[in-house]
Design a binder for this molecule. Structure first.
Ligand code: ATP
Length: 598
């Protein structure tokens, strides 16, 4: 496929405001790609050249991209940056400039290049670049290192731009900047795969199991194209590819949990740190976060612990890492622990805040997946393969039949300064990406009642009047995630609880991801002053969940949805949650029902 053709599809995807149309356009696009291209196209649709879990960075700032454009179009870099300041999108600037006659003999430093510039949209660009060529060059740009890196990156990118039409240039430039905002979620791409290859988008669940096990849309696509649905369903977990984390449901009543499990629950402490999925193959250890980003370089202490304590050739473990003070036997609060998530100054922080990894599950051992084994069997293997407790501390948990005992363990957890407990169904398998009652969290919030916060996605903001208008915001329109439809639905407007400083912060971040119209995956009756791409997740506490005709979360046939009463912002969920990890409609409805039980 030609890259210009793919870019035409990007244009269509960018301009639609309906999710169903997104699926149709994607299915049409995929209908034109070969088995060798489907992987590349899947990654490019997300503005990347690799799956999310591969930490591939282009290493090109706006200035460098502008410099590549300057070279390709024979225009001064400063002029490009000035246009960028006005337009706010280097992609658009590239599109405009590509219709300008190039003067390759003039360098970007040339004094009079501005004067000699002339419009010539019929400029004969060689639009024969294939998706594969562009993909390979982008990958090369990401991989360059060592002497002359900057120059080489600029040369490669400008080389591509010189050969491209405006639309292609617009979409290409956004990739190294990480600014491709087609707003397409993985489930939507799976819908399109299902529609095209299985005849119906409703067959997406047939692909989801494999997707949850391997977290790589490109491989799913390649396998579906070359080996069909059977091939996809045969894709199994592999060391080095993160498994989508199993998640918890929330229930507030210990008795109800035991009833749900038929009388017996497996109970483990709930540690409040960050999730670390550990992969080991021989002497090579890799770590992944809750949202599947590779974090290997951040935690050398965990790597050392794995190499020392794990007696297995290959293994995948699930754990929660937490800063722990061995002298006082204190778990440090999340705000401290989270300082370990950093790219620089790792050795100093490692000394200050050594981590322990509380290992609560095992998914793979010496060439064999344990995902289908029962929790009880898995936990037993855990204890056998982890020796000692220097850094990795295995969590055997306890089998509990009596609600009083469950309550006692919960109280003990709180005394130790932990958040609460997680109860698990003893005979359940590891369900990648699943969030159901097989794992239930029981925790307490600061006011002492059993209650939980809601993770909302900011969808837009509404200009304020008076003092607040100085910061450009008066209220935030926030939503939750509808996982069935892969869309964001509104649940509240939040205006209180934010300091002026927080408004400024929101404004700064939101301005970078402003979009000109309601995104296709956002379903809202309310129209904010400014829409933003659904990316920022905030933690919100509310007094109550109520029914509301104004909000689209969980809307029934009568047009009544769910809303938050007296919502207030608790904090930004930094880094560990993507928009798709926000609270789901299903959870919201469960919480609504839970209110009446109390
Ligand atoms: P979630 O990860 O469920 O979306 P969250 O990030 O808001 O939600 P919580 O809801 O507070 O976190 O709790 C779930 C998280 O608790 C898990 O994702 C995991 O990181 C952590 N955790 C701590 N101890 C355990 C344990 N024993 N078993 C499973 N998870 C645990």
């Amino acid at each position: 496929m030609l890259f210009s053709k793919l870019s035409q599809y990007f244009e269509k995807l960018e301009s639609t405001s309906s999710r169903l149309a997104l699926i149709d356009i994607l299915a049409e696009l995929f209908g034109e790609v070969s088995k060798d291209e489907v992987g590349m196209v899947s990654y490019l649709l997300q503005g990347r050249v690799a799956p999310f879990y591969k930490p591939i960075e282009m290493g090109m700032s706006e200035k460098l991209v502008a410099q590549a454009m300057a070279r390709a179009y024979g225009v001064e870099r400063e002029e490009i940056l000035k246009d960028y300041g006005k337009v706010g999108d280097l992609g658009k600037v590239a599109e405009n400039l590509s219709g300008v006659k190039r003067h390759p003999e003039r360098s970007e430093g040339s004094q009079d290049s501005k004067k000699t510039k002339s419009r010539d949209s019929s400029q004969a660009r060689n639009d024969k670049l294939t998706v594969e060529e562009v993909f390979k060059t982008l990958t090369e740009i990401a991989k360059i290192s060592g002497d002359g890196t900057v120059e080489k990156k600029i040369t490669l990118l400008s080389g591509l731009l010189e050969k491209m039409d405006g639309i292609s240039a617009k979409h290409l430039v956004r990739v190294p900047l990480g600014a491709s905002r087609l707003g397409i979620g993985d489930p939507t791409i799976l819908d399109a795969f299902a529609k095209l290859k299985l005849g119906d988008k409703a067959k997406r669940p047939l692909l989801e199991g494999a997707y949850n096990r391997i977290s790589d849309l490109g491989i799913i696509g390649q396998t579906l194209w070359s080996k069909g649905i059977k091939g996809v369903q045969g894709l199994d977990v592999q060391v080095g590819r993160p498994i989508r984390s199993q998640l918890c449901e929330r229930i507030t009543d210990p008795k109800a949990i035991l009833e749900k499990y038929g009388g017996v629950a497996h109970v483990q402490y709930k540690y409040d740190g960050f999730r670390v999925q550990i992969h080991k193959e021989g002497n090579k250890v890799r770590l992944f976060s809750r949202n599947l980003e590779e974090t290997t370089l951040m935690f050398p202490d965990i790597i050392a612990g794995v190499l020392k304590q794990v007696k297995a050739k290959s293994i995948i473990l699930d754990s929660e890492a937490l800063a722990y003070n061995p002298e006082s036997e204190e778990f440090l609060p999340f705000q401290e622990t989270t300082k370990r998530r950093r790219k620089y100054g790792i050795p100093e922080m490692q000394k200050k805040l050594p981590l322990k990894a509380f290992v609560f599950d095992i998914m793979y051992l010496d060439g064999k997946s344990l995902m289908e084994e029962s929790l009880v069997t898995r936990v037993k293997s855990l204890e056998k393969v982890i020796h000692g407790d220097e850094v990795l501390i295995p969590q055997p948990g306890e089998m509990v039949k009596n609600p009083d005992r469950l309550q006692a363990i919960f109280d003990d957890a709180l005394t130790k300064g932990l958040e609460g407990v997680i109860t698990k169904r003893p005979d359940s398998k590891y369900e990648a990406g699943g969030r159901n009652s097989n794992w239930i969290k029981l925790k307490r919030n600061s006011s002492g009642e059993l209650q939980d916060t809601i993770d909302c996605v900011i969808l837009g903001y509404i200009f304020g009047k008076g003092k607040r208008s100085a910061f450009g915001a008066g209220a935030l329109l926030v939503g939750v995630y509808d996982e069935k439809k892969d869309e964001f639905v509104t649940v509240s407007k939040i205006g209180t609880g934010l300091t002026d400083e927080e408004w400024r912060e929101i404004h700064k971040r939101a301005d970078k991801i402003k979009v000109s119209k309601q995104p296709a995956r956002v379903n809202s009756i309310l129209k904010p002053s400014v829409w933003i791409a659904p990316e920022i997740v905030i933690e919100v506490l509310a007094d109550e969940i109520t029914r509301s005709p104004v909000h689209t979360a969980g809307r029934d046939e009568n047009g009544v949805g769910y809303a938050l009463r007296f919502p207030r912002l608790i904090k930004f969920r930094e880094k560990d949650k993507t928009a798709e990890d926000a609270t789901t409609v299903k959870e919201l409805v469960e919480m609504y029902k839970g209110q009446f039980k109390k």
